[in-house]
Design a protein around this ligand. Sequence first.
Ligand code: HEC
Length: 114
Amino acid sequence: MAGSAAVLLLACGPSRAPVPSSTVDASMTSSREQEIVTAADRTRPRVDFAAQIRPILESRCQPCHFPGGKMHEELPFDRAATIQDLGETLFTRIKDPAEQALIREFLRQAEAEP
Ligand code: HEC
């Protein structure tokens, strides 16, 4: 048993190192990463209201500011426009620095490119 395991290890050893197919994989990955980095340099990644902002509000401001809640008619938080109108007033109730940073970036982008 121990003998055959050693043979297996030896058999795996050389094939792991400089195999052409793994070299191809690595170069493909790094060129794709380069594309992403270049794109991020050109324009900062756009914060998506539905994907990134609304989930924060849903996790903290339900049920009142969402459909069926008592504040949905006045201040609907499932609409980006409400958040843009309120701006940093939200930060009296959303204190998490990472969430504030994301909302701040969303507000900045909405103002720059409405
Ligand atoms: C339990 C229900 C409820 C929840 C949950 C709730 N709100 Fe409200 N919200 C209200 C009500 C009622 C009002 C109107 C009366 C008032 O101003 O308190 C209001 C008003 C507001 C206003 C406008 C008045 C002000 O104080 O500036 C803002 C902004 C606001 N909410 C933000 C939030 C945010 C952000 C969250 C989640 C982090 C949240 N609310 C969660 C019920 C709620």
